[in-house]
Design a protein around this ligand. Structure first.
Ligand code: NAP
Ligand code: GCO
Length: 274
């Protein structure tokens, strides 16, 4: 092998996830599925869960159709006992989890003064408490093994507010700080915890914001987002894959407590003068 080949190989190996076990939560479809598929293509063994059995089975079929031998669980990420049971089973049947992607999430778009405390709590439970529960479940074995990667899927709402998303913004802002705290607390055990902050991604979660109007015109929120994004468009789940592979791989071993915004430039942009 000459020097150029050697350097190319070393560069490729930095992003190689062969032999790693990755748990991606809520990954039957959408962003979770795209990230899991990307991690699999980089060599990782994929384990995922969904709260709904039918969707989990559909997810399994999609992985199979994409040539990925994934293992799926039906598990509600807000249920600590169920998460602990799933993690124990993964450790026994697949191996210690090297990469955890806290992706499962929900949103309720309701003006704050009309939102019930119960709805607010539900969003916090899935979007903030569950990443705590899942991280807590995998960290002990990561510490014993000598390291690991935790990736929390944050949001534009980790930085910005907007009408109707108070609970979601509170949860995703909290998730940013949970990310920094896991980094602070477990960095010495070679655990890197980082976040990905997606911009506006075309998935079922954001479908109501893109639905054409009765007269066939664009949804006003759709036009608003395209104007607010320097890229001028919604992003695709696949555009999160490169950042996810980077944060899951040894290429990012010195990156910890960072939120990598993948937003087509939204956070950098004041918007066009009308
Ligand atoms: P999505 O299409 O709604 O998918 C979310 C996934 O999470 C679904 O598979 C869902 O399962 C699962 N899930 C929800 N509650 C769960 C629970 N308690 N236990 C286990 N699984 C559960 O969402 P997405 O757009 O792909 O978003 C994925 C993540 O990215 C979320 O954290 C979201 O907040 C974040 N995000 C999205 C965007 C965007 O523009 N789309 C932008 C920034 C951040 P079921 O379908 O069975 O309920
Ligand atoms: C909304 C959107 C957002 C996105 C995303 C932005 O209603 O404004 O749903 O919250 O899902 O998290 O990064």
């Amino acid at each position: 092998m000459d020097q150029v080949e050697f350097r190319d190989k070393r560069r490729r190996d930095m992003f190689n996830l062969t032999g790693k076990v990755a748990l991606v939560t809520g990954a039957s479809y959408g962003i979770g599925y795209a990230i899991a598929k990307g991690l699999a293509q980089a060599g990782a063994k994929i384990v995922f869960n969904d709260i709904n059995e039918e969707l989990m089975n559909k997810g399994l079929e999609s992985y199979k159709a994409d040539g990925i031998d994934a293992k799926g669980y039906v598990c509600d990420v807000t249920d600590e006992d169920a998460v602990n049971k799933m993690v124990k089973d993964i450790e026994e049947t697949v191996g210690v989890i090297d990469i955890l992607v806290n992706n499962a999430g929900i949103i309720k778009r309701i003006p704050m003064h009309e939102m019930s405390a119960e709805d607010f709590r539900k969003v916090i439970d899935v979007d903030l408490n569950a990443p705590f529960i899942c991280a807590k479940a995998v960290i002990p074995s990561m510490m014993k093994k000598g390291g690991g990667k935790i990736i929390n899927i944050c949001s534009m709402m980790s930085e910005l507010g907007r009408e109707t998303v108070s609970a979601y913004a509170a949860a995703k802002g909290g998730l940013k700080m949970l990310t920094r705290n896991i980094c602070s607390e477990y960095g010495e055990f070679n655990i890197q915890c980082n976040g990905i902050g997606p911009g506006y991604i075309a998935t079922p979660q954001t479908a109501p914001l893109r639905e054409p109007q009765a007269d066939g015109s664009k949804h006003p929120f759709d036009s608003f987002i395209c104007a607010k994004t320097p890229a001028g468009r919604w992003l695709n789940p696949e555009e999160l894959v490169g950042p996810a592979v980077f944060l899951a791989s040894s290429a990012s071993d010195a990156v910890n407590g960072h939120i990598l915004y993948v937003d087509g430039g939204i956070l950098a942009y004041i918007g066009k003068q009308p």
